[in-house]
Write a protein that binds this ligand. Structure first.
Ligand code: B12
Ligand code: SF4
Length: 464
């Protein structure tokens, strides 16, 4: 069987504001995971439109075309699907956006999938080979990552990515923030489950080099699993980055183990510096937590912080941008990711805003967290968009990068702060040149050096 898998380009990736490096970070892991279920004699090609241009007309027609649309790549995904369907390929689509809006996707696909793929996908493959594929498969309640076939990393063009070693060892998360895709995606079954620790360690062992990036929603979400994983990783000589919550950082014990196993930077969803917003959005796990103590604890451990913030929540007024940036700079946070609140279809937030008639349009291209797609409560849409861009500019001004570095606990950390924050945002032409050379992976040793040279202090402060 001839199979073609495509991760279509996000709309913003084709705009002039596009930051190529952001889309040359991670390979298409979801599709490479699904490819693991194919037979060894299937002919399979995996393409990622963020890092390679596709000339659809020149491409051969496969028996099966597999697409993974995200919300802002939905339009492009449907274009690709229509093209290949007209030529006789069977088109299968799944993932987050399809789960949110299966009927919309079904107009462009022969088969759609909702929820995580691991149970329905092998069922479909069998029925497709038998000539009786169904129109729709829903992930059932029995979800497990046991016995997962190895991810087909041989299909990934490693040299095109800064972080070729991305992996996930769990699915979902134990929390229920109402702006998040998570509850809708995992509806009808378990919404947080992990691999067996030995399987996760075997997956890590298969990855070349030192650097890893865990894309799990919340790597520290299951304490027992995380403890065993980090204990198993200690001594492997890995350096890694991941995501977790404020609450898990403040819990004694876990961060220490993560750091000893090689954690050097953590993505943390702070979201807002206002508790009333947190309660409204059901981000209960953040309420009443001492954010500054979490940052201090990470820094004391030599772990850098990538802080995520959302603007435009109902309790936000026009002062939210300056307050948030000022707070983040004062803490010495190395990198920040800002978002305009975006109601993804099928989330709790979507339902609330729709009921209040506050959704402005359904142009999915603009649901990229950079555009205002709803009527904000505490400011105008214009103020929100302008404030969002200003926050990015202000946070990454050299003056603020220096101030942030000065807030670090020691000289090594200050240097690392300058190298990491400055390198990420201030050397765009160098990144572009690297991408044009089609050897982005050459910058990986530099990233590893930045993470190692100054990281890994041994004394970690207890939560304060
Ligand atoms: C890596 C990542 C990125 C990378 C993507 C690059 C890449 N090559 O994949 C980059 C940095 C580009 C990125 C950008 C953004 N991202 Co992002 N990203 C992720 C992240 C952390 C991991 C994705 C991943 O690899 N997961 C692991 C694999 C195994 O799972 P998967 O891809 O979902 O695939 C499985 C299933 O979905 C399903 N499946 C998928 N496709 C198909 C197809 C078929 C046929 C079948 C059967 C099954 C199936 O089976 C797969 C195996 O289980 C997720 C969070 C998460 N943990 O998933 C957020 C996430 C996808 N991102 C999100 C967001 C909001 C964004 C941004 C808008 C944020 C921003 N402003 O910067 C942008 C733009 C995205 C957009 N415009 O829609 C949201 C998406 C919300 C939504 N409803 O679309 C997520 C879910 C984070 C969150 N918690 O809110 N992101
Ligand atoms: S903690 Fe993160 S992944 Fe979990 S529900 Fe909240 S936003 Fe989603």
């Amino acid at each position: 069987m001839r199979v073609t898998m495509i991760l279509p380009a996000l709309t913003e990736a084709t705009s002039p504001l596009f930051r190529p490096i952001k889309y040359s970070l991670f390979p298409p892991l979801g599709l490479a995971t699904l490819a693991g279920y194919l037979d060894t004699d299937d002919e399979v090609e995996l393409y990622d439109e963020h890092v390679e241009r596709l000339d659809l007309a020149a491409m051969p027609t496969p028996d099966l075309l597999v697409l993974q649309p995200y919300i802002t790549s939905a339009r492009r995904s449907y274009e690709i699907a229509d093209h290949f369907r007209a030529r006789g390929a069977h088109v299968a689509m799944g993932g987050l956006h399809v789960t949110s809006l299966p009927e919309e996707a079904a107009a462009h696909a022969d088969t759609v999938f909702t929820g995580p793929g691991e149970d329905a996908w092998p069922r479909f493959l069998k029925e497709f080979r038998d000539g009786v594929p169904a129109r729709r498969y829903d992930s059932g309640p029995q979800r497990t990552l046991a016995g997962l076939p190895p991810v087909r990393r041989d299909l990934i063009k490693r040299q095109l990515y800064l972080v070729p070693n991305s992996l996930v060892v769990s699915r979902g998360c134990p929390h229920h923030c109402d702006f998040c895709y998570k509850d809708a995606f995992f509806a009808g079954g378990k919404s947080f489950y992990t691999q067996a620790v030995d399987d996760a360690l075997a997956e890590i062992d298969r990855l070349p080099g030192r650097h890893l990036y865990f894309l799990d929603d919340h790597l520290l979400g299951n304490r027992r699993f995380a403890t065993a994983l980090f204990d198993g990783m200690a001594g492997m000589g890995r350096l890694w980055q991941a995501a977790a919550t404020v609450k898990s950082v403040l819990e004694p014990g876990l961060l220490e183990r993560a750091q000893a196993a090689g954690l050097r930077s953590l993505f943390v969803g702070f979201e807002t510096v206002n508790d009333a917003n947190l309660a409204e959005r059901r981000k209960d796990q953040n309420i009443g937590r001492d954010y500054s103590a979490a940052v201090r604890r990470l820094h004391d451990a030599g772990v850098m912080v990538n802080a995520s913030f959302v603007f435009g929540l109902d309790q936000d007024g026009p002062d939210v941008f300056d307050r948030t940036v000022e707070w983040a700079v004062r803490q010495g946070i190395e990198t920040a990711t800002f978002h305009i609140m975006t109601p993804y279809p099928s989330t709790g937030l979507w339902r609330q805003l729709a009921a209040e008639d506050r959704i402005l349009h359904q142009d999915w291209d603009l649901y990229d967290t950079r555009h205002v797609v709803f009527r904000p409560r505490g400011m105008s849409a214009r103020q929100l968009e302008d404030g969002y861009w200003r926050a990015y500019r202000d946070f990454y001004r050299w003056g603020n990068i220096w101030r942030g570095a000065a807030a670090q606990p020691g000289g090594h950390e200050r240097l690392r702060h300058l190298a990491y924050a400055g390198g990420w945002k201030k050397f765009e032409p160098a990144w572009d040149a690297l991408i044009r050379s089609r050897r982005v992976v050459r910058a990986l040793p530099l990233l590893e050096r930045t993470l190692t040279a100054f990281g890994g202090r041994s004394a970690i402060g207890a939560p304060r």
